[in-house]
Design a binder for this molecule. Structure first.
Ligand code: ADP
Ligand code: MG
Ligand code: MG
Length: 948
């Protein structure tokens, strides 16, 4: 039987998300619930994948199934597609598994042509409406399917309106719209090299379906996927749906609404609508929509039905719903529902409220919060005093909470160039309105301010998704985008001028207002407490200073996983001594210089131990190449020369000699300790003395130093450095007449270390994956230079993600797994963590949970993210196990004991084979036979076990 590629709404359910996409499966679910849904069908995501497999063409089989379903839809509606007297019109809508609002394309009013529009006008008795629908269709089809720029059409609309001196689209009469249609068609023809606008409805439909498939790979969708961890392999479904019309006059309209406030989480309908409007009008921000509450007076019956269905949907999905609806001559239709995107504060409030309302469990509540979004809660608000002094120059809609101050920029490109990821400046993107092309620039800005658009405008929705502050719809701004300036409150602002915006109040301020960081409290604290209950992974922080350590403790860190000691060498009073050390000729000279640094370093460590109150602190010994510490200015070189009693030229010669071609693979990490053991000695003294001091002052704490040796690739290397550490530490402890436990472990950040982890584990008390270096060395490209070519890798789809941001589970992950598998059996008390940037990335945290790490360590502000992600991984694992158990009859017929025996048998066979193989080539053959026999025996045992 042929594969099924197309499903009627009545044939699916919410559980078919992977196949039908989010929009399609929920349209199916709402149909199942008997709600007023314009009927239609969904072309599956598999058809999209097939389209790409077939070199971007739709197979005959799929085309046939689309036509069969179209025939059904015609019959269902009692209208014919392309009928000149009463045409069936449809929308063609994208819809992927994960909601990607505004990223892909939708076409409305498909099926109209020059003849059908007349029939449509006659049938509806509303020519204005018919021509309005037709001109919209030509516009969208041209843009989406044929990629004729939108601006061509907008320009014509403006000309027609200007000529008549009118402001709104709704003021255009039927003749204006007819003019639009003919001019649009001419524009189309010109742009398409003489090709006429397609008049055949079926051709229109296939063109639109293809365009939606294509839109899966448009640049903004690709960027959105990368930002949201959505795999490129998923594909989008296409929904073909009977049109209903919100543009039929003042008893028609269209809108979007949420069952709870997506900014604050407050319970209650929240939304807006426009009368006599269609589709995009509400979101595009062309006219400013009305709040949903006014619908109660305008159309009480419709309002009542709307409220009932909205509530039903929320109760059904047990989550806040984001709904799209259209009213056609007082008849209400729902066009979409989904679990609404929300800000992090709203997500927290809604999850807690749903638990209190008995709708979801605590575990579900924890799963409901997107770990990455917690960043937002830790985002700044305005400093109260600084705010009081601030001058409010305007206010508009509080579209996405948070506070931001920065320099004004007028284009997304400028924001990208100057902002995060570019020049690193704080910028506020000020625009008439934003469109999906702006997404990267929006990301790079601290905040977004728009002149047009409501709470559900593109800018608002996208900003909320990004956790970025946004104030929208400030009509008081007199904007001159072309000349990069605007006026507000009588003042002219240019590119580079400072403003501040508050996405929680909607206020706009002149100048820069200081911001302050947020705290974990209230409902946020409640969610985090639940998360802590469910997680197994511990969460530590990467911190080098007591201030960072304290912040991280406040945010829930359970220790320090990485303290980089080199940062401590750069400080004013120590760098001189350190440079003297570098330029020394003898061990004694070096020791003398290091002796000067020792008290500083000891004090640093003491403060860290105090900040951590007995929680573990891992201190990594000096890591970077010495060249990074040498002086660069003539002045400094002279100073150093004087201090060492050497000539300037001599110092310069030393500096030159330290130069390396590949410093990242150079004289650094434990290699420094091998060449200059006195550095490791000094650092050990500092660690142990600090620990002894703090332990003595706080007998109730368990101060147990963890000394970490970086960049180890060979066990003998670790053994050598460890011996230096142990001798020094034991002498210090003995001299103090005290008792102190300490550990010596290593970073696993060179592939060879992972490959020989069973050897290294013999000497290490712990492993910590330095996944920045491990990624760099595994891929063989430098993290400092990869940015220059990685874009080409995304464009050509060789990579979907930056491996330095998202852990490469396939390669780097395999090395990690291997290290655990090799290391743990050799040293059962070995504890293992990760301290690269990846430690705070949710999907990487999940991976670390899965392979059995003990802890992750990340920067202080990522600690809550990691705590939540760790809990989510544990909950998901539990759920998966439960699932396995239900299916146990069919799957797990081998019990643990049998499995162990099998593994044992296989291992023995392997050992015998190896032994034999080692004797001679001749005997090796026999060895292989032995192995084969062993495997056969294992297979036999396995079969027996299964039959039991
Ligand atoms: P997006 O995924 O960008 O929200 P949609 O497919 O939901 O795109 O379409 C956008 C809007 O177009 C909808 O909110 C709705 O107002 C309008 N629309 C889509 N399909 C129909 C339809 N069958 N009848 C009337 N309006 C429609
Ligand atoms: Mg939609
Ligand atoms: Mg490293």
């Amino acid at each position: 039987m042929a594969k099924k590629w197309v499903y009627k709404f009545s044939e699916g359910r919410a559980s078919d998300r992977n196949l039908l996409g989010g929009k399609g499966c929920n349209l199916a679910e709402m149909t199942y619930l008997g709600m007023p849904i314009p009927q239609g069908f969904t072309i599956s995501t598999e058809a999209c994948t097939d389209y790409y497999d077939q070199k971007e063409s739709i197979s005959q089989e799929i085309q046939d199934q689309i036509m069969e379903n179209l025939a059904w839809l015609e019959e269902f509606n009692g209208k014919k597609f392309g009928d000149p007297s009463d045409p069936l019109l449809v929308s063609v809508r994208s819809g992927a598994r994960a909601s990607m609002p505004g990223m892909m394309d939708t076409i409305l009013n498909l099926g109209l042509n020059d003849v059908a529009v007349e029939g449509f006008a006659a049938k509806t008795g509303n020519p204005r409406f018919a021509y309005d629908s037709y001109r919209r269709f030509i516009q969208m089809y041209s843009d989406v399917v044929m990629e004729v720029p939108k601006s061509y059409f907008e320009k014509i609309i403006d000309e027609v309106k200007d000529k008549k001196g009118i402001k709104f689209d709704t003021e255009m009469d039927v003749d204006d719209l007819k003019e639009l249609v003919s001019r649009f068609k001419a524009t189309y023809k010109e742009a398409m090299n003489g090709q006429e606008f397609p008049q055949d409805a079926k051709e229109q439909l296939m063109g639109a379906v293809k365009a939606v498939f294509r839109s899966w790979n448009n640049p903004r969708a690709i960027v959105y996927r990368r930002m949201n961890d959505i795999p490129g392999s998923w594909g989008t479904a296409v929904n073909v749906q009977t049109m209903v019309f919100g543009n039929k006059g003042e008893t028609s309209g269209t809108g979007v609404a949420f069952t709870r406030n997506p900014s604050t989480g407050e319970k209650g309908i929240f939304g807006e609508y426009l009368l006599n409007a269609q589709g995009e009008d509400v979101v595009a921000g062309v006219r400013t929509p009305q709040p949903i509450s006014t619908l109660e007076q305008a159309m009480p019956e419709v309002y009542k039905e709307f409220m009932e269905i909205a509530q039903k949907l929320e109760n059904h999905f047990h989550d806040m719903q984001d709904m799209e609806f259209t009213i056609e001559e007082k008849k209400l239709y729902f066009l979409q529902t989904r679990n609404g995107k929300r800000t992090a504060p709203a997500a927290i409030k809604i999850a807690c409220d749903l638990v209190d309302e008995g709708q979801i469990s605590e575990e579900e509540a924890v799963l409901r919060i997107e770990a990455k979004s917690l960043d937002q809660l830790l985002h700044p608000t305005f400093d109260a005093d600084s705010l009081k002094a601030g001058e409010v120059i305007g206010s508009a809609l509080p579209a996405s909470p948070g506070a931001a101050a920065g320099k004004v920029v007028f284009t997304a490109e400028d924001a990208k160039a100057a902002g995060v990821g570019g020049g690193g400046e704080r910028v506020i993107l000020v625009r008439l309105e934003t469109s999906p092309e702006d997404i990267e620039g929006m990301h790079a800005a601290q905040g977004i301010l728009t002149v047009r658009g409501g709470m559900t405008s593109h800018a608002a929705v996208v900003a909320r998704g990004m956790g970025e502050c946004c104030v929208s719809g400030c009509g008081d701004i007199n904007m001159d985008e072309e000349n990069k300036k605007f006026t507000l409150a009588g003042k002219e602002f240019h590119e580079g001028d400072y403003i501040s915006i508050d996405g929680t109040t909607g206020n706009i301020y002149d100048g820069q207002i200081a911001t302050v960081d947020a705290k974990i409290a209230g409902e946020f604290g409640r969610i985090m407490a639940w998360a802590d209950e469910f997680r197994r992974l511990k969460v530590r922080t990467n911190a080098d200073t007591p201030a960072d350590a304290k912040k991280a403790r406040e945010l829930g860190a359970e220790g320090i996983g990485l303290c980089r000691t080199e940062h401590m060498f750069f400080e004013e009073d120590r760098i001189a001594a350190f440079r003297e050390m570098i330029c020394s000729d003898t061990v004694e000279e070096r020791e003398a210089a290091l002796e000067k640094i020792l008290p500083y370093q000891q004090n640093d460590f003491k403060q860290l131990y105090e900040a951590l109150e007995g929680c573990p602190v891992t201190i990594r010994f000096l890591d970077p190449p010495l060249h990074e510490f040498v002086p660069t200015t003539e002045d400094e070189i002279k100073k150093l020369a004087d201090a060492k009693g050497k000539s300037v030229d001599e110092i310069k010669a030393i500096i030159n000699s330290l130069h390396e071609f590949n410093p990242m693979m150079g004289h650094r990490g434990c290699r420094l300790a091998v060449t200059y053991p006195e550095i490791a000695k000094m650092q050990t003294k500092a660690v142990i003395r600090a620990a002894l001091e703090v332990q003595k002052a706080h007998s109730d704490w368990n101060v147990k130093p963890e000394i970490m040796i970086p960049l180890v690739c060979e066990v003998k290397e670790l053994k050598y450095v460890k011996q230096v550490v142990v001798e020094t530490a034991d002498a210090e402890i003995a001299a103090a007449g005290a008792k102190l436990d300490y550990e010596v472990g290593t970073m696993i950040e060179i592939p060879r270390a992972a490959l020989t982890a069973d050897e290294i584990a013999k000497e290490a008390d712990f492993f910590c994956f330095g996944t920045n270096d491990l990624t760099q060395m595994t891929f063989g490209f430098s993290r400092d230079d990869a940015g220059k070519f990685l874009n080409a890798y995304y464009d050509t789809k060789i990579f979907e993600n930056d491996p330095f941001a998202k852990l490469d589970q396939t390669g780097v992950g395999k090395l990690m797994e291997m290290s655990l598998k090799l290391g743990k059996p050799v040293n059962p008390s070995l504890h293992v963590g990760i301290c690269g940037e990846h430690g705070g990335d949710p999907s990487s945290v999940e991976f670390c949970h899965k392979i059995g790490l003990d802890y992750v360590s990340c920067s202080p502000f990522r600690v809550p993210v990691a705590r939540l992600a760790a809990a989510q991984a544990a909950i998901a694992e539990k759920a998966a196990k439960k699932c396995d158990k239900c299916g146990s009859d069919s799957k797990s017929f081998v019990d643990d004991e049998t499995k162990a025996k099998l593994e044992d048998a296989a291992k023995k066979a392997e050992e015998i084979a190896k032994e034999l193989a080692e004797q001679s080539a001749e005997v090796a053959k026999a060895g292989l036979e032995g192995l084969k026999a062993g495997v056969d025996a294992a297979v036999k045992a396995y079969k027996e076990a299964r039959n039991k």
